[in-house]
Design a protein around this ligand. Structure first.
Ligand SMILES: NC(=O)c1ccc[n+]([C@@H]2O[C@H](COP(=O)([O-])OP(=O)(O)OC[C@H]3O[C@@H](n4cnc5c(N)ncnc54)[C@H](OP(=O)(O)O)[C@@H]3O)[C@@H](O)[C@H]2O)c1
Length: 300
């Protein structure tokens, strides 16, 4: 069935937790005939009041639409729910917006393929409250033709809808990479707050300074990315040796002040390893060589 902005295509949503309800609600707002199913049926009440059709079973929901969006707690729940529904899944495009790892995404793609379904893996970089607005970011990976076929419907969830590529792993890997950036920035901020609190500086006083630095660093990332992709790390600003001296100050300061020094010591360990391996005169981006390696003796 072809879709267009004036003839909204039907869609089914399986899983009506906090996120699934927001997804189904956005499809309804955009005018898509929306069939819903949830293990605990009462969570569909508000959506049904808005015009959604409640399916009596997950299989019935899948059969109602060519596009099936699933958003459950984890991949085990998805596979547990859908495994017995091979007949219903055949010929459907299954979009899985459940969070998981890239390995789970690839395995689920192969599993869906064996059932005759076309699989798109997706990640929601947003809270339920902003689904349906440009603030929500949704990223997808899997076969481009299936994404193109249903892009208009998927854009009901947000205009910030991105197809990353055919490899089903990509959406989960971007999710992990984004979380890494998020925790890196947040941990750095919290360490800074802990240091400043020893001088009775409030976190709210530091936040504008931190924000200004984050703004400046956006340009650094672009320049460092070019260096990383080329494999050349000229020190256009500061060498790693210069960074290492400042890292040592942060460790010493944190220990002297009696605040936690684990994060500064981790940062310093990377700088020290780079200097020890002869990269002291290189630019900061050369540390990527150490991030690419597993840590010695690392266990899960
Ligand atoms: N909430 C967020 O801010 C957010 C943001 C980004 C991504 N996500 C991801 O979205 C997914 C859903 O999150 P959520 O916030 O909606 O979680 P939630 O409110 O806890 O909802 C979980 C959903 O999974 C269903 N479920 C769990 N196990 C099931 C099973 N064995 N069989 C059938 N259904 C099962 C639940 O059904 P019942 O209602 O019957 O229990 C419910 O519909 C997660 O992977 C989460 O990481 C969430």
């Amino acid at each position: 069935m072809s879709e267009s902005a004036t003839n909204p295509a039907p869609v089914s949503v399986l899983g009506l937790g906090l996120m699934g309800q927001a997804l189904a609600g956005a499809f309804l707002t955009a005018g898509h005939p929306t069939t819903v199913w949830n293990r605990s049926a009462h969570k569909a009440d508000a959506l049904v009041a808005r015009g959604a059709t409640l399916a009596a079973s997950a299989g019935e929901a899948i059969q109602a639409s060519p596009l099936v969006v699933v958003c459950l707690t984890d991949y085990d729940a998805v596979r547990g729910l859908l495994d017995p529904l091979e007949k219903e899944l055949g010929g459907r495009v299954l979009v899985n917006l459940t969070s998981g790892t890239s390995q789970q995404a690839r395995e689920t793609a192969a599993w869906a393929d064996r059932r005759g379904a076309t699989y798109l893996d997706g990640v929601i970089l947003a809270l339920p409250q902003v689904i349906g607005t440009p603030e929500a970011v949704l990223i997808y990976s899997g076969p481009r033709p299936a994404f193109d076929e249903h892009e208009v419907t998927l854009r009901a969830l947000t205009p910030t809808t991105v197809h990353l590529g055919a490899d089903h792993a990509l959406s989960s890997l971007y999710d992990m990479a984004s979380l890494s950036v998020m925790w890196g920035v947040l941990n750095g901020f919290l360490q800074g707050v802990a240091v400043l609190e020893t001088a009775k500086v409030k976190a709210a006083e530091f936040a504008p300074f931190a924000n200004q630095l984050i703004g400046t660093m956006k340009d650094w990332l672009i320049a460092y990315a070019a260096q990383i992709d080329s494999g050349e790390y000229p020190a256009a600003d500061a060498t790693i040796a210069t960074h290492l001296a400042a890292m040592e100050h942060l460790v010493e300061e944190s220990e002297t002040l009696g605040v936690n020094s684990e994060f500064p010591r981790l940062v310093k360990a990377f700088g020290a390893r780079a200097v020890a391996s002869g990269r002291g005169e290189a630019g900061y981006a050369a540390l990527i060589e150490h991030f690419r390696e597993p840590a010695e003796g690392a266990t899960r």
